[in-house]
Design a protein around this ligand. Sequence first.
Ligand SMILES: Cc1ncc(COP(=O)(O)O)c(C=O)c1O
Length: 263
Amino acid sequence: MSTGMRGSKFGVSLGEKRQAILEAFAGRPWLRALHVHTGSQGYSLDSLVEGIRRVMALGVEIRASCGRPLAAIDIGGGMPVDYRSDAGWPRFGEYAAALRERVPELFEGEFKIVTEFGRSLHAKAGWTASRVEYTKQSGGRRIAVVHAGADLFLRTAYMPETWPLRITVYQPDGTPKEGATAPWDIAGPLCFSGDFIARDRELPAIEPGDLVVVHDTGAYTLTMWSRYNSRLAPAVWGHEGDPPRLGMLKPAETMEQLLGFWE
Ligand SMILES: Cc1ncc(COP(=O)(O)O)c(C=O)c1O
């Protein structure tokens, strides 16, 4: 998930191409901005700030060698999200304070600052609910099969350690399930054996008809929807106010739309 390594498909390596970048700016007066995006998730604040510090130093160098200031610096996105609890990331204040301390030029008002925060703004605004179709116990494992799988949680299915998602269980009427817990695997409906969205989670006893809620799914989820098994993409609902008012943001996909994709 790194975008900032030398062998990455993204960007121009500062170590190898610094001179070429300076020459490009010298010969093209319309070049007025620099962009850095160190990586997405799993990056320490320190790495994010260091990436911006280095690009800022290049901006200062360009200003000195070309005699014109930059118009903008785009510091990318990449702020991590705490998928294990609501207590941790994102912490924008901490990020801004670290940038103020280590890259003060950024705040001098000379450049326009552009940001590309994605996940950190959206992930915690969304959650996914699915009804349990059936449960089974086999090979010493308790498995609950739901209707949301690897076609929605692509990254979790392929990188479960890096991308764990919290799960809570509710009764069919929406009341939280309580009682003794045991380790459960939550499986999706697709026809491949890696279609799990969680494994070994301590959860109360799950029964068919219960609701399984997957937390923090507002980013990198529906955007990654896969056509594998040709399932219909789910509806998206929004809520606001207290008591909450529900409104449909995006209706569920229809069979006609699905067939249209394949035509
Ligand atoms: C260039 C660029 N900007 C912004 C983002 C968004 O990153 P995030 O969702 O981690 O904020 C990405 C995603 O990797 C990216 O490649």
